[in-house]
Design a protein around this ligand. Sequence first.
Ligand SMILES: *Cc1c(COP(=O)(O)O)cnc(C)c1O
Length: 429
Amino acid sequence: MGSLSSSYFEKAKTLIPGGVNSPVRAFKSVGGTPVFMKSAKGAYLHDVDGKSYIDLIGSWGPMLFGQAHPVIENAVKEALNDGFSFGAPTYKEVLIAEKICSMVPSIEKVRLVNSGTEATMAAIRLARAYTKCDKIIKFEGCYHGHGDSFLIAAGSGVATLGTPDSPGVTVSTAKDTLTAVYNDLESLQHLFEANINQVAAVIIEPVVGNMGLVIPKEGYLAGVRQLCDQYGALLIFDEVMTGFRLSPSGYQGICHIQPDLTTLGKIIGGGLPVGAYGGKAAIMDMIAPAGPVYQAGTLSGNPLATTAGLAMLNLITENLEVYTRLAEQGLKLKMGIRSQLDALGLSYTINQIGSMFTLFFTNQAVNNFADAKTSDATLYGKYFHGMLERGIYLPPSQYESWFISDAIREEELAKILQASEETLQQMFA
Ligand SMILES: *Cc1c(COP(=O)(O)O)cnc(C)c1O
């Protein structure tokens, strides 16, 4: 090998568990050595060995406009002049709250935290306090961060590592998390019927990005909303990934279903660590210091992170046509790869919505986690490495979505399709 990446990784493994600070980065499910990055700009990532890649993960979602967009970069540089953190309120927190509430109609009040994980953990605590019930329902393969209550049939990195239940999560915690099958209303109804007056909330990724991309069937989310109302549970949309990715008001702005609570992250920080949860004022006002439900954060609403997030949200509302452009690129990517696979006579499923995309090497439609698991992960690993070699950085796991950014234009799209053509030829011809 002899690359800097591989020597850094060897050293990293002696100091950091598995050599990485988040598991999927380690390339475990695709094999090989992770690439250490040095810098990024626009559509490109640049590694420590001098190689460049077209970025199809966008930091796992946040980089809607591509890496280091000048507007966000300049806003953060300017904010640096005022100091980094005060532990006291700033007006920017009010401005970003106002912005979020104006963009997402179901959010009347919002609390900022530092990650998506914090947002979902706080949201279920709040839901439990509000309903005075203990249980929550999640869906097999949906990922809601690494909080104990969610590490039950979680997708994403957990699926990749094949540890659906993490050791360290107590049996008593796990018993309060019920799991239903995504896109299957009957399985949800059965859980409700078996747990009358015990379910605080249903938490769902309205479009799933964490078992690979899975799209809700027509009418499914309306059915979930209706069952929550019927059985007195709150509906939490985990839009950490889909919020501001699929529309300026999240996927709820597309499916026109109003959740009681929404969790946000990723794009909302513009690349800095931010998460948020919000919803109906009557529920949100139960949070301390307005109410008794405790939740806090030393760096929550951090001025640099808030600045980046606000700049990102302003950029979105000033460039709403971005969603049309991203959807066009997503569709072109799908059509392009589809025709390559068809020409080779291969069985596959491509799920795509807007700028989210997953290629599954399976002959089955992928509507839930069991379907996703029929995909041939070995083939995905080969495809991943073929693309990586040709300068395209895909998610190093079958169970993750690709993210197209607005910096990916015709030139980059042509390069992606060229690399895909060559990779598939190498694999199958
Ligand atoms: C990424 C993600 C999370 C966790 O967010 P972190 O910032 O990684 O803690 C939660 N829910 C969904 C849907 C996500 O995609």
